[in-house]
Design a protein around this ligand. Structure first.
Ligand code: F6P
Length: 323
């Protein structure tokens, strides 16, 4: 039976990471297992930036955005020497298993640590992007979508009052999960996704058609990676074709901050606890997720493969409901 496990957060922070850390700590305590918090993600594993975590240390964190363990994108961890140092530090500190909370980069790092150094690792999906396989939703996605939707509702007040066209950029360099959800929830006329690169002519035509059907304002939701240069560049390409001035709002890191929604807190609580139970069960090299409401495990190399696809039915739905 494991006596001590480590927990870290890595990559971009996501609301709900603290709820996941709390679940790892308290879930472990329930089984009599000690927890070591590793600060600054994999960089802290390499430098030995460790802190013991007991149940009281994670008090008053479930509602807080960001990560109390701090996060980083570690370049050293991409090198074999960096990973060897990380593994040596983990062994020296008596860390017998690791829960790594983060996105695809975190998963890839964890996979290597398991493959090369046999450190049992379970990953939990902590990213607003929702771009990881093996889970229906990632920790932070629901909060980001709600934050962006509220922002669009506010922008819509001005769009409607002044009969304006707004291009609103949301996060998502490689995938459009946030843009699609936000576009549907915010009633966008156009949703531009990296998976469906928008043609400026088509965007202009869609807006003109909407105007011909009596719409006085329009919202175009643009994932940051949908068009080179993002929403600003897309607006500039559409402007001469449309012939009317348009406005751009880039929501940026607003989407990544703030208190997690109840849904994200529950998801993080389930996944953090399930990760601990998996380690104690002898599982390793896996990502924990929730699929069809059930806890589900996926091999890390599959979960990190960036193969999660947007639902084409939702794309069609968004177009139908913009009529
Ligand atoms: O992966 C999460 C994410 O927020 C992406 O949506 C975004 O493209 C990226 O991180 C921004 O990263 P950073 O804040 O580190 O520049």
């Amino acid at each position: 039976m494991m006596r001590r496990i480590g927990v870290l957060t890595s990559g971009g922070d996501a609301p709900g990471m603290n709820a996941a850390i709390r679940a790892v700590v308290r879930g472990s305590t329930a089984y009599g297992v000690e927890v070591i918090g590793i600060r600054h993600g994999y960089a802290g594993l390499i430098s030995g930036d460790f802190v013991p975590l007991g149940p009281r240390d994670v008090a008053n964190t479930i509602q807080r955005g960001g990560t109390v363990l701090l996060s980083a994108r570690s370049l050293d961890f991409y090198t074999p020497a960096g990973r060897a140092q990380a593994a040596a530090n983990a062994h020296a500190a008596g860390i017998e298993g690791l829960v790594a909370i983060g996105g695809d980069g975190t998963y890839q790092g964890a996979w290597r640590l398991w493959e090369e150094h046999q450190i049992p690792v379970i990953c939990a999906p902590g990213t607003i992007d929702n771009d990881l396989c093996g889970t229906d939703e990632t920790i932070g996605f629901d909060t980001a979508v709600n934050v962006a939707t509220e922002a669009i509702d506010r922008i819509r007040d001005t769009a409607a009052s002044h009969e304006r066209v707004f291009f609103i950029e949301v996060m998502g360099r490689h995938t459009g999960f946030i843009a699609l959800a936000v576009g549907i929830a915010g009633g966008a006329e156009v949703i531009a996704l990296p998976e469906r690169v928008p043609q400026p002519e088509q965007v202009a035509r869609t807006i003109r058609d909407a105007q011909a059907r009596g719409k006085l304002s329009a919202i175009v939701v643009v994932a940051e990676g949908a068009f080179p240069g993002g929403a600003q560049a897309l607006m500039q390409a559409v402007h001469p074709l449309l012939g009317v001035k348009s406005w751009v709002t880039i929501l940026g890191h607003i989407q990544r901050g703030g208190s997690p929604t109840a849904k994200d807190r529950v998801l993080a609580s389930r996944l953090g606890t399930a990760a601990v139970e998996a380690l104690l069960d002898g599982k390793a090299g896996l990502a924990v997720g929730v699929v069809n409401h059930q806890i589900h495990f996926t091999p890390l190399e599959i979960a990190a493969c960036s193969c999660k696809l947007i639902d084409p039915h939702l794309v069609t739905l968004a177009q139908v409901l913009a009529l």
